[in-house]
Design a protein around this ligand. Structure first.
Ligand code: C2E
Ligand code: CA
Ligand code: CA
Length: 348
C-alpha cells in the first residue's frame, strides 16, 4: 500500500531536518556564516547486520553525497560498495603504474582563433592497466592526490611533456610552440614544485615561455600567501599561468585578480550549451568581457562544433580547444597533425 510510510522515508525526513538546521546561518562578529553537512544512510538489517558494516556503508553513502555536491544525503545501495571496491583496487595498482610505465600522455591542440593555426597543446595523462584497461584521469587523479603519488606522477608528466615540446619546437614553423600541464593542489604543498620545474626546464634546455601551468580554483583556496609566492616565482621564470575550469567553483574574477594569472579557461560545461541555452551564452559573454577587462587572455575549452567556435571567435576569445579543433593524440600522431594542419593551410 503506497500510503504506508516506510522506515526509509522517516529516516530521510529526519535527515532533511538535520541538514536544514545545520545549514542555518549564524552571525559571528557581524559576519554571516553558514555550514553545510553531508549525510549517508544505511539501514539495519539490509545494509549490514553489525555496527561496523552499517557504519562503513553509511560512510560510503556519505562520500557519495559529498561528491554529489554536499548539503545533501544518499541512501546506501550495494552498487556503491562495488564502486568502493574498484577504488581500492585502483589505489593499489596506482602505486606500481609509474614504475611499470603504464602512463602515457595525449596532447590536445590549442588553436589561435585569429590565424587558425595550432600554437600549443595541453598534455592529458592516460593510464592503461593490463587488467583494468584504460582508467580515466577523473577517476585516478583524485586518488593519486589523496595518497600523495600525484607528486611523482606530476614530475613524470612535466618531464615527458617537456621532451615532446622540445621535439615540436625543432620544426621550423613551431619555434614558439608551448605545452600546458595540469597541476594538483597536493603539488602546491611546500616549495619543491618551483625547483622541480626549474630543474626540468634546465635539463631539457627550454625557456619558461614554452610552459603553461593550469591551476584550478581548489589550489587557490589553500594557503593564499604561499600560493601567490609560488606563482610569482613561476612568473619570474617566464612561465604562463592559467586558471582552469573557470566558472565551476566559487571564486569571482575579483578574487582571481589577487593571483598573477595570464589566461582564463572557460569551462566546457558553459560552452556546451552556448547555442541552446541563452543563460549559458550570457554567462560566457560576461566572463569573456570581464576577463578581457582584467587583462586576461581566454581559452574556450570543449569546443565541439562550428557554432561554438564562431560564438567565441566573434567575441574575441583568443584560443580554442576541443574536439572541433583536435582530439587528444599521442606524441607521434600529434607531430603528424601539426605538420598536416600546416600543409592544409598552404594548400587551401
Ligand atoms: P581538464 O583539465 O579540464 O581537461 C580537459 C578534459 O576535457 C580532458 O579530459 C579532455 O580529453 C576533455 N575534452 C577535450 N576536448 C573536449 C570536447 O570537445 N568535448 C568534451 N566533452 N570533452 C573534451 P580527460 O583527458 O579525461 O581529463 C580529465 C581531467 O583529468 C582533466 O580535466 C584534468 O583535470 C585531469 N588531468 C588530466 N591530465 C592530468 C595531469 O597530468 N595531471 C593532473 N593533475 N590532472 C590531470
Ligand atoms: Ca586542464
Ligand atoms: Ca579544464
Amino acid at each position: 500500500n503506497s500510503n504506508i510510510i516506510s522506515f526509509e522515508d522517516i529516516v530521510k525526513h529526519k535527515t532533511e531536518d538535520i541538514l536544514r538546521s545545520v545549514a542555518k546561518p549564524c552571525v559571528i562578529q557581524d559576519m554571516e556564516f553558514s555550514v553545510t553537512a553531508s549525510a549517508g544512510i544505511a539501514i539495519f538489517p539490509q545494509d549490514g547486520d553489525d555496527p561496523h558494516a552499517l557504519l562503513r556503508n553509511a560512510d560510503t553513502a556519505m562520500y557519495r553525497s559529498k561528491r554529489k555536491g554536499r548539503n545533501t544525503y544518499e541512501v546506501f545501495t550495494p552498487e556503491m560498495g562495488d564502486v568502493v571496491m574498484k577504488r581500492v583496487e585502483i589505489d593499489n595498482k596506482l602505486r606500481f603504474a609509474l614504475e611499470n610505465g603504464d602512463f602515457y600522455l595525449k596532447y590536445q591542440g590549442l588553436m589561435d582563433a585569429r590565424t587558425q593555426s595550432i600554437v600549443g597543446a595541453e598534455a592529458l595523462i592516460r593510464w592503461d592497466d593490463k587488467e583494468l584497461g584504460e582508467i580515466s584521469p577523473d577517476e585516478f587523479v583524485p586518488l593519486a592526490e589523496e595518497s600523495g603519488l600525484i607528486v611523482d606522477i606530476g614530475n613524470w608528466v612535466l618531464d615527458t611533456a617537456l621532451a615532446s615540446v622540445k621535439k615540436w619546437r625543432e620544426h621550423a614553423d613551431h619555434k614558439d610552440f608551448y605545452v600546458a600541464i595540469n597541476l594538483s593542489s597536493r603539488q602546491f604543498r611546500g616549495k619543491d614544485i618551483v625547483k622541480d620545474i626549474s630543474d626540468a626546464l634546465k635539463r631539457h634546455g627550454l625557456p619558461g615561455s614554452c610552459l603553461e601551468l593550469e591551476i584550478t580554483e581548489r589550489i587557490l583556496m589553500r594557503d593564499v600567501p604561499h600560493v601567490i609566492n609560488l606563482l610569482d616565482q613561476f612568473k619570474e621564470m617566464n612561465i604562463t599561468l592559467s586558471i582552469d575550469d573557470f566558472g565551476t567553483g566559487y571564486s569571482s574574477l575579483s578574487y582571481l585578480k589577487r593571483f598573477p594569472f595570464d589566461v582564463l579557461k572557460i569551462d566546457k560545461t558553459f560552452i556546451a550549451d552556448i547555442s541552446e541555452d541563452p543563460d549559458d551564452a550570457a554567462l560566457c559573454e560576461a566572463i569573456i568581457s570581464m576577463a578581457h577587462s582584467l587583462g586576461l587572455s581566454i581559452i574556450g575549452e570543449g569546443v565541439e562544433n562550428k557554432e561554438q567556435f564562431d560564438f567565441l571567435d566573434q567575441r574575441g576569445v583568443e584560443t580554442i580547444q576541443g574536439y572541433y579543433v583536435s582530439e587528444p593524440m599521442v606524441h607521434d600522431e600529434f607531430l603528424k597533425f601539426i605538420a598536416i594542419s600546416e600543409w592544409l593551410e598552404t594548400t587551401v
